[in-house]
Ligand binder design. Structure first.
Ligand code: TEU
Ligand code: CA
Length: 580
Protein backbone atom coordinates (compact mmCIF):
# COMPACT_ATOMS: atom_id res chain seq x y z
CA UNK A 1 0.00 0.00 0.00
CA UNK A 2 0.92 3.64 -0.35
CA UNK A 3 2.33 5.68 2.49
CA UNK A 4 -0.37 7.94 3.95
CA UNK A 5 0.32 11.69 4.06
CA UNK A 6 -1.88 14.69 4.87
CA UNK A 7 -0.98 16.21 1.53
CA UNK A 8 -2.10 13.16 -0.37
CA UNK A 9 -5.59 13.00 1.11
CA UNK A 10 -6.09 16.73 1.64
CA UNK A 11 -8.29 18.58 -0.85
CA UNK A 12 -6.58 21.74 -2.08
CA UNK A 13 -8.39 24.94 -3.05
CA UNK A 14 -6.57 27.55 -5.10
CA UNK A 15 -7.25 31.19 -4.36
CA UNK A 16 -6.42 33.91 -6.85
CA UNK A 17 -6.22 36.83 -4.41
CA UNK A 18 -7.08 39.64 -6.82
CA UNK A 19 -10.39 38.01 -7.72
CA UNK A 20 -11.54 36.13 -4.65
CA UNK A 21 -13.11 38.62 -2.24
CA UNK A 22 -12.65 42.38 -1.87
CA UNK A 23 -13.10 43.48 1.74
CA UNK A 24 -12.62 47.23 1.37
CA UNK A 25 -14.24 48.06 -1.96
CA UNK A 26 -11.17 49.19 -3.86
CA UNK A 27 -12.15 46.62 -6.50
CA UNK A 28 -9.25 44.31 -5.72
CA UNK A 29 -9.54 41.12 -3.71
CA UNK A 30 -7.45 41.02 -0.55
CA UNK A 31 -6.24 38.98 2.41
CA UNK A 32 -8.99 40.09 4.81
CA UNK A 33 -11.39 39.02 2.06
CA UNK A 34 -9.82 35.56 2.04
CA UNK A 35 -10.05 35.33 5.82
CA UNK A 36 -13.75 36.22 5.65
CA UNK A 37 -14.41 33.17 3.46
CA UNK A 38 -12.43 30.54 5.33
CA UNK A 39 -15.57 29.15 6.94
CA UNK A 40 -17.04 28.74 3.48
CA UNK A 41 -13.98 26.74 2.42
CA UNK A 42 -14.05 24.65 5.54
CA UNK A 43 -17.71 23.88 4.98
CA UNK A 44 -16.88 22.80 1.44
CA UNK A 45 -14.45 20.26 2.85
CA UNK A 46 -11.20 21.97 1.93
CA UNK A 47 -8.07 20.94 3.85
CA UNK A 48 -5.37 22.96 2.16
CA UNK A 49 -5.58 26.50 0.88
CA UNK A 50 -3.15 27.54 -1.86
CA UNK A 51 -2.82 31.28 -2.31
CA UNK A 52 -1.47 32.53 -5.65
CA UNK A 53 1.24 35.20 -5.29
CA UNK A 54 0.35 37.85 -2.73
CA UNK A 55 3.86 39.27 -2.47
CA UNK A 56 5.01 42.76 -3.27
CA UNK A 57 4.91 43.12 -7.03
CA UNK A 58 4.39 45.66 -9.83
CA UNK A 59 1.78 43.17 -11.16
CA UNK A 60 3.02 42.95 -14.72
CA UNK A 61 2.07 39.26 -14.57
CA UNK A 62 -0.46 39.28 -11.72
CA UNK A 63 2.11 38.87 -8.98
CA UNK A 64 4.24 36.27 -10.73
CA UNK A 65 6.75 39.11 -10.90
CA UNK A 66 7.87 39.55 -7.31
CA UNK A 67 9.83 42.58 -6.18
CA UNK A 68 10.09 41.55 -2.51
CA UNK A 69 9.58 37.99 -1.27
CA UNK A 70 9.13 39.15 2.30
CA UNK A 71 6.50 41.78 1.78
CA UNK A 72 2.88 41.87 0.64
CA UNK A 73 1.32 43.52 -2.41
CA UNK A 74 -0.14 46.61 -0.80
CA UNK A 75 -3.74 46.33 -2.05
CA UNK A 76 -3.84 42.77 -0.68
CA UNK A 77 -2.97 43.84 2.86
CA UNK A 78 -0.05 43.85 5.27
CA UNK A 79 2.38 41.33 6.64
CA UNK A 80 0.22 41.26 9.78
CA UNK A 81 -2.84 40.41 7.68
CA UNK A 82 -0.86 37.61 6.14
CA UNK A 83 0.22 36.24 9.51
CA UNK A 84 -3.38 36.44 10.62
CA UNK A 85 -4.40 34.47 7.53
CA UNK A 86 -1.92 31.70 8.33
CA UNK A 87 -3.24 31.58 11.88
CA UNK A 88 -6.90 31.68 10.85
CA UNK A 89 -6.35 28.76 8.46
CA UNK A 90 -4.53 26.76 11.13
CA UNK A 91 -7.19 27.57 13.74
CA UNK A 92 -9.67 25.80 11.51
CA UNK A 93 -7.49 22.71 11.25
CA UNK A 94 -6.60 23.48 7.66
CA UNK A 95 -3.19 24.11 6.10
CA UNK A 96 -1.92 26.82 3.83
CA UNK A 97 0.59 26.79 1.00
CA UNK A 98 2.02 29.76 -0.87
CA UNK A 99 3.21 30.20 -4.42
CA UNK A 100 6.97 30.04 -4.82
CA UNK A 101 8.05 32.02 -7.87
CA UNK A 102 11.81 31.71 -8.10
CA UNK A 103 12.69 31.16 -11.72
CA UNK A 104 12.61 34.91 -12.05
CA UNK A 105 11.97 38.04 -10.02
CA UNK A 106 10.45 41.35 -11.01
CA UNK A 107 12.84 43.77 -12.68
CA UNK A 108 11.97 45.99 -9.70
CA UNK A 109 13.47 43.52 -7.22
CA UNK A 110 16.49 45.01 -5.38
CA UNK A 111 18.63 42.10 -6.64
CA UNK A 112 17.98 42.95 -10.27
CA UNK A 113 18.34 46.67 -9.70
CA UNK A 114 21.77 45.93 -8.31
CA UNK A 115 22.58 43.42 -11.00
CA UNK A 116 21.77 45.82 -13.81
CA UNK A 117 23.59 48.76 -12.20
CA UNK A 118 27.02 47.72 -13.50
CA UNK A 119 28.94 44.85 -15.01
CA UNK A 120 31.02 44.82 -11.84
CA UNK A 121 28.09 44.60 -9.48
CA UNK A 122 28.50 41.73 -7.00
CA UNK A 123 25.01 40.64 -8.08
CA UNK A 124 25.70 40.87 -11.82
CA UNK A 125 25.92 37.09 -12.04
CA UNK A 126 22.63 36.57 -10.16
CA UNK A 127 20.83 37.04 -13.48
CA UNK A 128 21.67 35.83 -16.97
CA UNK A 129 23.57 38.51 -18.89
CA UNK A 130 25.15 38.02 -22.32
CA UNK A 131 26.81 40.30 -24.89
CA UNK A 132 25.04 41.04 -28.16
CA UNK A 133 25.66 39.22 -31.40
CA UNK A 134 25.98 41.14 -34.68
CA UNK A 135 24.89 40.09 -38.15
CA UNK A 136 26.92 40.68 -41.34
CA UNK A 137 25.49 44.20 -41.62
CA UNK A 138 26.51 45.03 -38.11
CA UNK A 139 22.96 44.88 -36.81
CA UNK A 140 22.76 44.11 -33.09
CA UNK A 141 21.06 40.79 -32.30
CA UNK A 142 20.16 38.98 -29.07
CA UNK A 143 22.52 36.17 -27.92
CA UNK A 144 20.13 33.55 -29.31
CA UNK A 145 16.78 33.25 -31.05
CA UNK A 146 14.60 32.20 -28.10
CA UNK A 147 11.04 33.40 -27.82
CA UNK A 148 9.58 34.08 -24.38
CA UNK A 149 6.28 32.64 -23.17
CA UNK A 150 4.66 35.97 -23.81
CA UNK A 151 5.22 36.07 -27.60
CA UNK A 152 8.26 38.36 -27.67
CA UNK A 153 12.01 37.61 -27.81
CA UNK A 154 13.39 36.23 -24.54
CA UNK A 155 16.20 38.80 -24.37
CA UNK A 156 16.06 42.49 -23.55
CA UNK A 157 18.87 44.95 -24.24
CA UNK A 158 20.16 47.00 -21.35
CA UNK A 159 21.49 50.24 -22.74
CA UNK A 160 23.38 51.22 -19.61
CA UNK A 161 25.62 48.16 -19.36
CA UNK A 162 25.41 47.23 -23.06
CA UNK A 163 24.33 43.62 -22.56
CA UNK A 164 21.18 41.53 -22.94
CA UNK A 165 19.44 39.78 -20.05
CA UNK A 166 17.33 36.64 -20.35
CA UNK A 167 13.65 36.43 -19.44
CA UNK A 168 11.60 33.42 -20.51
CA UNK A 169 8.47 35.35 -19.56
CA UNK A 170 8.01 39.17 -19.70
CA UNK A 171 10.96 41.59 -19.92
CA UNK A 172 9.90 42.67 -16.44
CA UNK A 173 10.56 39.10 -15.22
CA UNK A 174 14.35 38.58 -15.55
CA UNK A 175 15.46 34.96 -14.99
CA UNK A 176 17.59 34.32 -11.93
CA UNK A 177 20.91 32.59 -12.53
CA UNK A 178 20.57 29.35 -10.59
CA UNK A 179 24.11 28.38 -11.46
CA UNK A 180 25.25 31.03 -8.98
CA UNK A 181 25.34 29.41 -5.56
CA UNK A 182 25.14 32.62 -3.58
CA UNK A 183 22.00 33.50 -5.49
CA UNK A 184 20.43 30.12 -4.76
CA UNK A 185 21.15 30.50 -1.03
CA UNK A 186 19.51 33.92 -1.05
CA UNK A 187 16.45 32.49 -2.79
CA UNK A 188 16.10 29.73 -0.19
CA UNK A 189 16.46 32.18 2.70
CA UNK A 190 14.10 34.90 1.56
CA UNK A 191 11.42 33.07 -0.38
CA UNK A 192 11.28 29.73 1.45
CA UNK A 193 12.71 29.70 5.00
CA UNK A 194 11.20 33.09 5.84
CA UNK A 195 7.68 31.77 5.20
CA UNK A 196 8.27 28.30 6.60
CA UNK A 197 9.28 29.96 9.85
CA UNK A 198 5.96 31.82 9.76
CA UNK A 199 4.14 28.51 9.62
CA UNK A 200 3.40 28.07 5.94
CA UNK A 201 2.84 24.38 5.16
CA UNK A 202 4.49 24.20 1.77
CA UNK A 203 4.60 25.60 -1.70
CA UNK A 204 3.15 25.40 -5.14
CA UNK A 205 6.36 25.90 -7.07
CA UNK A 206 6.08 27.98 -10.19
CA UNK A 207 7.81 26.85 -13.42
CA UNK A 208 9.71 24.29 -11.36
CA UNK A 209 11.61 22.74 -14.25
CA UNK A 210 13.08 25.92 -15.75
CA UNK A 211 15.80 26.78 -13.23
CA UNK A 212 18.46 24.89 -15.11
CA UNK A 213 18.89 25.85 -18.76
CA UNK A 214 20.98 24.13 -21.42
CA UNK A 215 24.36 25.65 -20.47
CA UNK A 216 25.45 26.90 -23.89
CA UNK A 217 22.10 28.63 -24.47
CA UNK A 218 22.00 27.36 -28.07
CA UNK A 219 19.66 28.66 -30.78
CA UNK A 220 16.31 26.91 -30.97
CA UNK A 221 15.40 25.07 -34.18
CA UNK A 222 13.82 27.42 -36.70
CA UNK A 223 10.18 26.44 -36.93
CA UNK A 224 8.87 29.72 -38.25
CA UNK A 225 11.46 31.38 -40.55
CA UNK A 226 9.45 34.59 -40.80
CA UNK A 227 9.37 35.15 -37.05
CA UNK A 228 12.00 37.11 -35.16
CA UNK A 229 12.20 34.44 -32.43
CA UNK A 230 11.53 30.73 -32.03
CA UNK A 231 9.95 28.40 -29.50
CA UNK A 232 12.73 27.32 -27.17
CA UNK A 233 11.20 25.43 -24.26
CA UNK A 234 13.40 22.38 -24.85
CA UNK A 235 16.40 24.58 -24.12
CA UNK A 236 15.20 26.20 -20.94
CA UNK A 237 13.29 23.33 -19.35
CA UNK A 238 14.76 20.33 -17.52
CA UNK A 239 18.38 21.41 -17.88
CA UNK A 240 21.23 19.25 -16.56
CA UNK A 241 21.28 20.63 -13.00
CA UNK A 242 17.53 20.42 -12.34
CA UNK A 243 17.68 17.37 -10.08
CA UNK A 244 20.57 18.82 -8.11
CA UNK A 245 18.69 22.08 -7.50
CA UNK A 246 15.51 20.31 -6.44
CA UNK A 247 17.44 18.11 -4.02
CA UNK A 248 18.95 21.22 -2.52
CA UNK A 249 15.50 22.76 -2.10
CA UNK A 250 14.29 19.56 -0.52
CA UNK A 251 16.94 19.95 2.15
CA UNK A 252 15.65 23.41 2.95
CA UNK A 253 12.16 21.96 3.43
CA UNK A 254 13.14 18.82 5.31
CA UNK A 255 13.04 20.24 8.87
CA UNK A 256 9.42 21.30 8.31
CA UNK A 257 6.33 19.19 7.67
CA UNK A 258 5.53 20.47 4.19
CA UNK A 259 4.08 19.64 0.84
CA UNK A 260 5.46 20.70 -2.55
CA UNK A 261 3.73 20.66 -5.89
CA UNK A 262 5.80 21.80 -8.85
CA UNK A 263 4.49 23.15 -12.08
CA UNK A 264 6.05 20.94 -14.72
CA UNK A 265 5.36 22.33 -18.19
CA UNK A 266 6.81 21.26 -21.53
CA UNK A 267 7.98 17.84 -20.34
CA UNK A 268 6.96 14.95 -22.52
CA UNK A 269 9.40 12.35 -21.24
CA UNK A 270 7.72 10.68 -18.27
CA UNK A 271 11.10 9.36 -17.05
CA UNK A 272 12.22 12.91 -16.28
CA UNK A 273 8.99 13.61 -14.43
CA UNK A 274 9.27 10.35 -12.54
CA UNK A 275 12.63 11.39 -11.17
CA UNK A 276 11.14 14.67 -9.89
CA UNK A 277 8.31 12.93 -8.07
CA UNK A 278 9.73 9.64 -6.89
CA UNK A 279 9.70 9.75 -3.05
CA UNK A 280 13.11 8.11 -2.85
CA UNK A 281 14.67 10.85 -4.96
CA UNK A 282 13.66 13.53 -2.43
CA UNK A 283 12.90 16.30 -4.88
CA UNK A 284 9.18 17.13 -5.13
CA UNK A 285 6.08 15.56 -3.61
CA UNK A 286 4.15 15.88 -6.86
CA UNK A 287 3.88 17.99 -9.99
CA UNK A 288 1.16 19.48 -12.14
CA UNK A 289 1.33 17.64 -15.44
CA UNK A 290 0.24 19.63 -18.45
CA UNK A 291 -1.06 16.67 -20.46
CA UNK A 292 -4.74 17.42 -19.91
CA UNK A 293 -4.77 21.21 -19.77
CA UNK A 294 -2.62 21.47 -22.90
CA UNK A 295 -5.30 19.70 -24.94
CA UNK A 296 -6.42 21.89 -27.80
CA UNK A 297 -3.20 23.89 -27.62
CA UNK A 298 0.19 23.40 -29.15
CA UNK A 299 2.43 23.12 -26.10
CA UNK A 300 4.45 26.30 -25.84
CA UNK A 301 2.38 27.95 -28.51
CA UNK A 302 -0.95 28.02 -26.80
CA UNK A 303 -2.95 29.86 -29.45
CA UNK A 304 -2.06 27.46 -32.24
CA UNK A 305 -5.13 25.29 -32.07
CA UNK A 306 -4.57 21.54 -32.08
CA UNK A 307 -7.81 19.58 -32.44
CA UNK A 308 -8.49 16.83 -29.93
CA UNK A 309 -11.25 14.40 -29.07
CA UNK A 310 -12.88 13.17 -25.87
CA UNK A 311 -10.92 9.99 -26.42
CA UNK A 312 -7.71 12.04 -26.16
CA UNK A 313 -9.07 13.68 -23.03
CA UNK A 314 -9.76 10.29 -21.45
CA UNK A 315 -6.30 9.08 -22.36
CA UNK A 316 -4.48 12.11 -20.97
CA UNK A 317 -6.61 12.20 -17.83
CA UNK A 318 -5.79 8.62 -16.95
CA UNK A 319 -2.19 8.52 -18.14
CA UNK A 320 -0.51 9.40 -14.85
CA UNK A 321 -2.87 7.18 -12.91
CA UNK A 322 -1.24 4.19 -14.56
CA UNK A 323 2.27 5.63 -14.63
CA UNK A 324 2.51 5.97 -10.84
CA UNK A 325 1.09 2.49 -10.15
CA UNK A 326 3.64 0.31 -8.42
CA UNK A 327 6.05 3.22 -7.90
CA UNK A 328 6.76 5.49 -4.93
CA UNK A 329 5.66 8.56 -6.90
CA UNK A 330 2.53 10.64 -6.33
CA UNK A 331 0.40 12.69 -8.69
CA UNK A 332 -2.11 15.53 -8.92
CA UNK A 333 -5.71 15.64 -10.09
CA UNK A 334 -6.82 18.97 -11.53
CA UNK A 335 -8.51 20.54 -14.54
CA UNK A 336 -8.37 24.21 -13.67
CA UNK A 337 -6.03 26.90 -12.41
CA UNK A 338 -5.41 30.60 -13.03
CA UNK A 339 -3.73 29.86 -16.39
CA UNK A 340 -6.58 27.84 -17.88
CA UNK A 341 -10.11 28.22 -19.10
CA UNK A 342 -12.95 26.70 -17.11
CA UNK A 343 -13.19 22.92 -17.24
CA UNK A 344 -16.90 22.82 -18.05
CA UNK A 345 -16.36 25.06 -21.06
CA UNK A 346 -13.27 23.18 -22.23
CA UNK A 347 -13.96 19.53 -21.55
CA UNK A 348 -17.74 19.20 -21.21
CA UNK A 349 -20.48 21.69 -22.12
CA UNK A 350 -21.30 25.11 -20.74
CA UNK A 351 -24.63 25.34 -22.58
CA UNK A 352 -27.33 26.27 -20.06
CA UNK A 353 -29.03 22.88 -20.33
CA UNK A 354 -25.81 20.96 -19.73
CA UNK A 355 -23.62 23.07 -17.48
CA UNK A 356 -24.76 21.72 -14.12
CA UNK A 357 -24.58 18.11 -15.19
CA UNK A 358 -21.19 18.78 -16.77
CA UNK A 359 -19.89 20.24 -13.52
CA UNK A 360 -21.18 17.28 -11.53
CA UNK A 361 -19.74 14.79 -13.97
CA UNK A 362 -16.28 16.35 -13.73
CA UNK A 363 -16.60 16.40 -9.95
CA UNK A 364 -17.38 12.67 -9.86
CA UNK A 365 -14.44 11.88 -12.12
CA UNK A 366 -11.92 14.05 -10.26
CA UNK A 367 -13.00 12.94 -6.80
CA UNK A 368 -12.56 9.26 -7.59
CA UNK A 369 -9.10 9.48 -9.18
CA UNK A 370 -5.84 8.81 -7.33
CA UNK A 371 -3.68 11.83 -6.48
CA UNK A 372 -4.01 15.10 -4.62
CA UNK A 373 -7.07 16.91 -5.86
CA UNK A 374 -6.93 20.65 -6.62
CA UNK A 375 -10.04 22.79 -7.00
CA UNK A 376 -9.74 26.30 -8.43
CA UNK A 377 -11.93 29.08 -7.03
CA UNK A 378 -15.31 29.08 -8.75
CA UNK A 379 -14.95 25.53 -10.04
CA UNK A 380 -17.02 24.34 -7.07
CA UNK A 381 -20.01 26.35 -8.34
CA UNK A 382 -19.46 25.53 -12.00
CA UNK A 383 -18.23 28.88 -13.29
CA UNK A 384 -17.87 29.07 -17.06
CA UNK A 385 -15.72 30.92 -19.61
CA UNK A 386 -15.95 34.53 -20.74
CA UNK A 387 -18.50 34.84 -23.58
CA UNK A 388 -17.42 35.52 -27.15
CA UNK A 389 -18.94 39.00 -26.96
CA UNK A 390 -16.26 40.45 -24.66
CA UNK A 391 -13.82 42.69 -26.58
CA UNK A 392 -10.04 42.58 -26.14
CA UNK A 393 -10.29 45.56 -23.77
CA UNK A 394 -11.91 43.29 -21.19
CA UNK A 395 -8.98 40.88 -21.25
CA UNK A 396 -6.33 41.81 -18.70
CA UNK A 397 -3.73 39.05 -19.02
CA UNK A 398 -0.30 40.02 -20.35
CA UNK A 399 -0.21 36.77 -22.31
CA UNK A 400 -3.50 37.51 -24.05
CA UNK A 401 -2.61 41.10 -24.80
CA UNK A 402 0.88 40.30 -26.11
CA UNK A 403 -0.56 37.61 -28.35
CA UNK A 404 -3.20 39.97 -29.71
CA UNK A 405 -0.65 42.71 -30.31
CA UNK A 406 1.74 40.32 -32.02
CA UNK A 407 -0.98 39.25 -34.47
CA UNK A 408 -1.99 42.86 -34.99
CA UNK A 409 1.57 43.85 -35.77
CA UNK A 410 2.34 40.87 -38.00
CA UNK A 411 -0.85 41.22 -40.08
CA UNK A 412 -1.08 45.01 -40.09
CA UNK A 413 -4.29 44.76 -38.15
CA UNK A 414 -6.03 42.39 -40.55
CA UNK A 415 -9.61 42.12 -39.18
CA UNK A 416 -9.91 38.42 -39.97
CA UNK A 417 -6.65 37.64 -38.22
CA UNK A 418 -7.76 39.67 -35.22
CA UNK A 419 -11.13 37.94 -35.12
CA UNK A 420 -9.26 34.65 -35.18
CA UNK A 421 -7.04 35.84 -32.32
CA UNK A 422 -10.15 36.66 -30.30
CA UNK A 423 -11.60 33.23 -31.06
CA UNK A 424 -8.53 31.50 -29.70
CA UNK A 425 -8.48 33.71 -26.60
CA UNK A 426 -12.07 32.73 -26.10
CA UNK A 427 -11.04 29.08 -26.06
CA UNK A 428 -7.71 29.03 -24.27
CA UNK A 429 -7.19 32.48 -22.73
CA UNK A 430 -5.98 32.68 -19.16
CA UNK A 431 -8.48 35.43 -18.34
CA UNK A 432 -11.41 33.02 -18.08
CA UNK A 433 -10.40 31.91 -14.62
CA UNK A 434 -9.34 35.36 -13.45
CA UNK A 435 -12.71 37.13 -13.36
CA UNK A 436 -14.18 37.99 -9.94
CA UNK A 437 -15.53 35.13 -7.88
CA UNK A 438 -19.31 34.89 -7.97
CA UNK A 439 -20.69 35.04 -4.45
CA UNK A 440 -24.10 36.52 -5.20
CA UNK A 441 -26.54 36.62 -8.08
CA UNK A 442 -28.55 39.75 -7.53
CA UNK A 443 -25.82 42.35 -7.10
CA UNK A 444 -24.06 43.79 -10.10
CA UNK A 445 -20.58 42.91 -8.86
CA UNK A 446 -21.55 39.40 -7.80
CA UNK A 447 -20.79 40.14 -4.15
CA UNK A 448 -17.08 40.25 -4.95
CA UNK A 449 -17.16 43.91 -3.95
CA UNK A 450 -20.10 46.20 -3.31
CA UNK A 451 -21.99 47.56 -6.28
CA UNK A 452 -20.65 51.06 -5.62
CA UNK A 453 -17.10 49.82 -6.24
CA UNK A 454 -15.45 49.06 -9.60
CA UNK A 455 -13.93 45.59 -9.80
CA UNK A 456 -10.43 45.46 -11.37
CA UNK A 457 -11.75 42.98 -13.93
CA UNK A 458 -15.16 42.73 -15.52
CA UNK A 459 -17.68 40.45 -13.79
CA UNK A 460 -19.23 37.64 -15.83
CA UNK A 461 -22.89 38.23 -16.67
CA UNK A 462 -23.47 34.54 -15.95
CA UNK A 463 -23.04 35.30 -12.24
CA UNK A 464 -26.78 35.96 -12.10
CA UNK A 465 -27.31 32.26 -12.54
CA UNK A 466 -24.03 30.78 -11.28
CA UNK A 467 -23.20 31.94 -7.75
CA UNK A 468 -22.61 30.72 -4.23
CA UNK A 469 -25.72 32.36 -2.81
CA UNK A 470 -28.18 30.39 -4.88
CA UNK A 471 -26.32 27.11 -4.53
CA UNK A 472 -25.61 26.96 -0.80
CA UNK A 473 -28.09 24.57 0.74
CA UNK A 474 -29.86 23.88 -2.57
CA UNK A 475 -29.77 20.12 -2.62
CA UNK A 476 -29.26 19.61 -6.35
CA UNK A 477 -26.72 22.41 -6.81
CA UNK A 478 -23.20 21.98 -8.13
CA UNK A 479 -21.78 23.32 -4.86
CA UNK A 480 -23.67 20.84 -2.69
CA UNK A 481 -22.72 18.09 -5.09
CA UNK A 482 -19.02 18.97 -4.75
CA UNK A 483 -19.40 18.86 -0.96
CA UNK A 484 -20.91 15.43 -1.24
CA UNK A 485 -18.14 14.20 -3.54
CA UNK A 486 -15.42 15.53 -1.23
CA UNK A 487 -17.08 13.77 1.72
CA UNK A 488 -17.39 10.56 -0.24
CA UNK A 489 -13.75 10.75 -1.27
CA UNK A 490 -12.74 11.08 2.36
CA UNK A 491 -15.08 8.37 3.64
CA UNK A 492 -13.56 5.99 1.15
CA UNK A 493 -10.06 7.35 1.14
CA UNK A 494 -8.38 3.94 0.91
CA UNK A 495 -10.24 3.47 -2.31
CA UNK A 496 -10.38 6.89 -3.93
CA UNK A 497 -7.24 8.58 -2.61
CA UNK A 498 -4.86 5.70 -2.09
CA UNK A 499 -6.47 2.94 -4.14
CA UNK A 500 -4.90 1.10 -7.01
CA UNK A 501 -6.02 2.44 -10.35
CA UNK A 502 -7.64 -0.03 -12.74
CA UNK A 503 -7.81 0.70 -16.42
CA UNK A 504 -11.19 -0.71 -17.48
CA UNK A 505 -11.29 -0.15 -21.19
CA UNK A 506 -14.07 -2.55 -21.96
CA UNK A 507 -14.41 -3.85 -25.47
CA UNK A 508 -16.50 -1.62 -27.68
CA UNK A 509 -16.85 1.10 -25.09
CA UNK A 510 -18.06 4.33 -26.65
CA UNK A 511 -15.31 6.90 -27.29
CA UNK A 512 -17.18 9.42 -25.18
CA UNK A 513 -17.85 7.17 -22.23
CA UNK A 514 -15.16 7.16 -19.57
CA UNK A 515 -14.84 4.12 -17.33
CA UNK A 516 -12.22 3.35 -14.75
CA UNK A 517 -11.86 1.32 -11.59
CA UNK A 518 -10.09 1.55 -8.26
CA UNK A 519 -9.27 -1.07 -5.65
CA UNK A 520 -8.41 -0.55 -1.98
CA UNK A 521 -6.08 -2.63 0.17
CA UNK A 522 -9.04 -4.72 1.43
CA UNK A 523 -10.13 -5.74 -2.04
CA UNK A 524 -13.07 -3.34 -2.22
CA UNK A 525 -13.47 -1.96 -5.72
CA UNK A 526 -15.13 0.95 -7.40
CA UNK A 527 -16.20 1.65 -10.93
CA UNK A 528 -16.63 5.18 -12.21
CA UNK A 529 -18.56 5.72 -15.43
CA UNK A 530 -19.15 9.06 -17.12
CA UNK A 531 -20.85 9.98 -20.37
CA UNK A 532 -18.89 12.99 -21.65
CA UNK A 533 -21.34 13.91 -24.39
CA UNK A 534 -24.59 15.65 -25.16
CA UNK A 535 -26.21 12.39 -26.26
CA UNK A 536 -27.64 9.43 -24.42
CA UNK A 537 -25.29 6.46 -24.51
CA UNK A 538 -26.22 2.86 -23.99
CA UNK A 539 -24.28 1.28 -21.19
CA UNK A 540 -24.83 -1.54 -18.73
CA UNK A 541 -22.86 -2.60 -15.72
CA UNK A 542 -20.44 -5.29 -16.90
CA UNK A 543 -21.27 -8.84 -15.82
CA UNK A 544 -18.40 -9.09 -13.35
CA UNK A 545 -19.74 -6.02 -11.54
CA UNK A 546 -23.34 -7.23 -11.32
CA UNK A 547 -23.23 -7.33 -7.53
CA UNK A 548 -21.91 -3.78 -7.22
CA UNK A 549 -24.12 -1.16 -5.59
CA UNK A 550 -24.61 2.40 -6.74
CA UNK A 551 -22.67 4.76 -4.47
CA UNK A 552 -22.98 8.06 -6.32
CA UNK A 553 -25.16 9.28 -9.14
CA UNK A 554 -24.90 12.72 -10.70
CA UNK A 555 -28.44 12.81 -12.05
CA UNK A 556 -31.76 12.41 -10.32
CA UNK A 557 -32.78 9.11 -11.89
CA UNK A 558 -30.61 6.25 -12.94
CA UNK A 559 -31.75 4.21 -15.91
CA UNK A 560 -30.75 0.70 -16.64
CA UNK A 561 -29.15 0.30 -20.02
CA UNK A 562 -28.23 3.88 -20.76
CA UNK A 563 -26.53 7.01 -19.49
CA UNK A 564 -28.05 10.45 -19.88
CA UNK A 565 -25.98 13.27 -21.43
CA UNK A 566 -23.20 14.14 -18.96
CA UNK A 567 -24.32 11.56 -16.46
CA UNK A 568 -21.74 10.05 -14.12
CA UNK A 569 -22.01 7.24 -11.57
CA UNK A 570 -19.83 5.43 -9.11
CA UNK A 571 -20.45 1.82 -8.12
CA UNK A 572 -18.68 -0.12 -5.39
CA UNK A 573 -18.43 -3.84 -4.76
CA UNK A 574 -16.13 -6.80 -4.63
CA UNK A 575 -16.51 -8.61 -7.89
CA UNK A 576 -13.30 -8.88 -9.84
CA UNK A 577 -13.16 -8.08 -13.48
CA UNK A 578 -12.05 -10.90 -15.69
CA UNK A 579 -8.46 -10.29 -16.50
CA UNK A 580 -8.14 -7.14 -14.42
O1 TEU B 1 3.12 29.50 -15.61
C1 TEU B 1 4.16 28.88 -16.31
C2 TEU B 1 3.87 28.28 -17.63
O2 TEU B 1 4.77 27.85 -18.29
C3 TEU B 1 2.53 28.17 -18.18
O3 TEU B 1 1.54 28.02 -17.28
C4 TEU B 1 2.29 29.28 -19.16
O4 TEU B 1 2.04 30.50 -18.57
C5 TEU B 1 1.15 28.94 -20.04
O5 TEU B 1 0.02 28.78 -19.24
C6 TEU B 1 1.46 27.74 -20.90
O6 TEU B 1 0.54 27.62 -21.93
C7 TEU B 1 3.45 30.08 -14.39
C8 TEU B 1 2.25 30.77 -13.78
O7 TEU B 1 1.28 29.83 -13.48
C9 TEU B 1 1.78 31.85 -14.71
O8 TEU B 1 0.63 32.46 -14.25
C10 TEU B 1 2.90 32.83 -14.86
O9 TEU B 1 2.57 33.77 -15.85
C11 TEU B 1 4.22 32.18 -15.25
O10 TEU B 1 4.49 31.01 -14.50
C12 TEU B 1 5.37 33.11 -15.00
O11 TEU B 1 5.65 33.18 -13.63
CA1 CA C 1 -9.58 45.27 -1.62
Amino acid sequence: GREHKWWKEGVVYQIYPASFKDSNDDGIGDIPGIISQLDYLQDLGIDIVWVSPHYKSPQVDMGYDISDYQDIHEPYGTLEDCEELIKAVHDRGMRIIFDLVINHTSDQHAWFQESRSSKNSPKRDWYIWRPAKYDENGKRLPPNNWRSNFSKPAWTWDAQTQEYYLHVFAPEQPDLNWDNEECRKAIYETSMRFWLEKGVDGFRIDTVNMYSKVPTLPDAPIKDPTAESQLAQVHYCNGPRMHEFLSEMHQVLEPYDTMTVGECAFTFDSNIVMEYISAAKKQLDMVFHFDVVDLGQTPGSRYEHRPYTIKDFKYELLKWQSLIEGTDAWTTVFLENHDQGRSISRFASDLPEFRESSAKLLSVVLATLTGTIFIYQGQEIGMINIPATWPIEDYKDIKAISHYNRIKQRTNGNPEALAEAMRSLQIVGRDHSRVPMQWEGTSKNAGFCSDAATPWMRVLESHEEINVENQLGRKDSVLEFWKKMIKTRKNYKDLFVYGTFKQLEENNIDDKVLVFGKEDSQGQRSLTVANISTEEKSWTLPDWARGYKLLIQSTEDVHDGHLLPFEARVYIGRGVANGY
